[in-house]
Design a protein. Sequence first.
Length: 210
Amino acid sequence: MNLIEYKEQGFMLYQLFSETIKNILMKNINECGIIFQIQNRAKDIKSLENKLIDHCLEPIENLDDKIFDLSGCRIIFYHNQDVKKFITSGILEEFFDIEDIRTKIFQPTKISSPSDGEYRGIHLTVKLKQNKLNLHEYKKFSNLFCEIQIQTILNHAWSETEHDIIYKKTKFDGIGNRRMEEIKNRLDDVMIKHIMPAGYIVSAIEIASF
């Protein structure tokens, strides 16, 4: 599938795929009694065009072989304990084949990539299991990948703020670029000094309330 085909029909297919993944997750997480929110989307066409340019992949005939987040779901949990409960619930392994090589756990360290900043989350690239794909209603999703992102609500709020301020802005050169870097550093500082401690406090309160 090339970019033109994605615009004409692929976007809708990947949107439907993301909704299908969302519905599977919602049903099974609800049965675990975990409080959560979930979002889904197919990759915006303009965002895809920019990604292809940034990674020098345009023109490309097989998007599916290079871009693995054309379909995406983000699960937002209230507490770190809920993230752990979901990860160990077996839901992911029951319904999806997980591409281990593309699994990303964002936990900043001294050797983290500067582009990741203070972002925290788990990103999994998955496909539906074959027993699902054998069913008529799922056959159209064969060979499609979906990126599942897992975050706490505090990390989600921070990453959305940073994304809107930093990554959606026009790229600058010189002074403008340095100014945006200063803003990014200030946002990272907010994460370290305020959001992380708040997350620990909320988790401690949750544990103490049982």
